[in-house]
Design a binder for this molecule. Structure first.
Ligand SMILES: [Zn+2]
Ligand SMILES: [Zn+2]
Length: 372
């Protein structure tokens, strides 16, 4: 039986998304059908809309989503139907060069297939009026249903509300994982976080959970800095008013931060990240600039020894990370409620991206009716 459901379709870069009724096949072997409860609007989706990140079109975007398993394909445990799940955008084969080395984000099959925007099994599965529609990051979460590979639908506790759960799928894991797993922060360290969007605010929380004693958050927006203090920043600096490097040096006897997490994604913030890091310290880059854009550094800021890591999904081990983060939220340790600044319907998705583009939102989340 063919599935029919509503989805936000992007026809070409620069266009507005259109909510259409798409058609899909039932899940194939090893796949599950997920009824989406909530989906967050991420900067990476916006990059596709604006043409900085190139995918074949038409396409259904959305890679930060949570829902309930509605049906399973052959070979998948039928007992999964009804499970609450967060979707991972990093399916991986488990057998290739990088998977064998514990680097699933670099999985050969995942990396080679990503640009085609197909299911991990390797085909287009959605269509609109007979035209194949692509699947962003193996999820296509801006739709009432998603068909994903079984391992990418990760079960979370039933008590976890789906609107907050969806945030775990991209922004929160990227930020928390960068601080707790990539940066190797130690108890008592001084951390700096540059950029207080969803990823940066999550990095602040990761630094707090890792035991950093001082967490200095940097942004140009006072409202976002206030939010950073709510989730764990001990100091905040508006870079329009003060020099973040001077501020961190004043706090650390002139040395600089033990660890700088960059989550703003512009040339100034990348330069700042190395200037503010102490000799012997560590820098983790989470933000992005255009793939052909150059970023330059003052050589002196790199002198001595500093370790720079570029991370894209916080060292994700989604099968264990999603339930652990959900439990952390349910205990009250991980703050997610305030990250959602707007709750919108699927029909309001273009307005949601306008808010993201203008910096008016931390996260707009599309609510599909049973998101709580
Ligand atoms: Zn994302
Ligand atoms: Zn692999």
């Amino acid at each position: 039986m063919t599935l029919r459901f509503r989805a936000a379709v992007l026809g070409a870069p620069g266009e507005r998304l259109r909510v259409e009724t798409v058609e899909a096949e039932q899940p194939r072997t090893g796949e599950v059908l997920v009824k989406i409860g909530a989906a967050g609007l991420c900067h990476t989706d916006l990059e596709v809309i604006e043409g900085q990140l190139v995918y074949p079109m038409p396409i259904v975007l959305g890679h930060e989503a949570a829902g309930t398993i509605a049906a399973v394909g052959p070979g998948v445990d039928r007992g999964r139907v009804g499970e609450r799940v967060v979707l991972s955008w990093n399916p991986h084969c488990g057998r290739c060069f990088h998977c064998e080395r514990g680097q699933p984000i670099l999985c050969d099959k995942y990396v080679s297939q990503g640009p085609a925007a197909v299911t991990f099994e390797g085909s287009t599965r959605l269509s609109l009026g007979g035209v194949p529609v692509r699947t962003m990051m193996h999820i296509a979460g801006f739709a009432e249903y998603a068909i994903v590979t079984d391992a990418c639908a990760v079960a979370i506790p039933a008590a976890m509300p789906l609107d907050r759960a969806c945030l775990l799928g991209c922004g929160v894991l990227t930020g928390v994982g960068a601080a707790t797993r990539i940066a190797g922060l130690r108890y008592g360290d001084t951390a700096m976080v540059i950029g207080c969007g969803a990823v940066g605010l999550s990095a602040v929380q990761g630094a707090r959970l890792a035991g950093a004693s001082r967490i200095i958050a940097i942004d140009l927006n006072d409202a976002k800095l206030a939010m950073a203090r709510e989730v764990g920043a001990t100091h905040t600096v508006n870079a329009r008013d003060a020099d973040p490097v001077a501020e961190v040096q004043a706090l650390t006897g002139g040395r600089g931060a033990d660890c700088v997490l960059e989550a703003a994604g512009n040339e100034t913030s990348f330069r700042l990240s190395v200037e503010a890091c102490r000799t012997g310290g560590e820098i983790v880059w989470l933000g992005k600039v255009g793939v052909n854009q150059d970023v330059s550094f003052r050589w002196g800021s790199l002198m001595g020894e500093k370790r720079i890591t570029r991370s894209s999904y916080g060292g994700a081990r989604t099968a264990t990370d999603f339930p652990a983060l959900a439990r952390s939220y349910l205990r009250g340790d991980l703050k997610l409620d305030r990250l959602i600044t707007h709750r919108i319907g699927l029909d309001e998705i273009n307005r949601g991206f306008d808010d993201l583009r203008a910096g008016r939102s931390i996260r707009s989340v599309i609510m599909f009716g049973d998101a709580l």
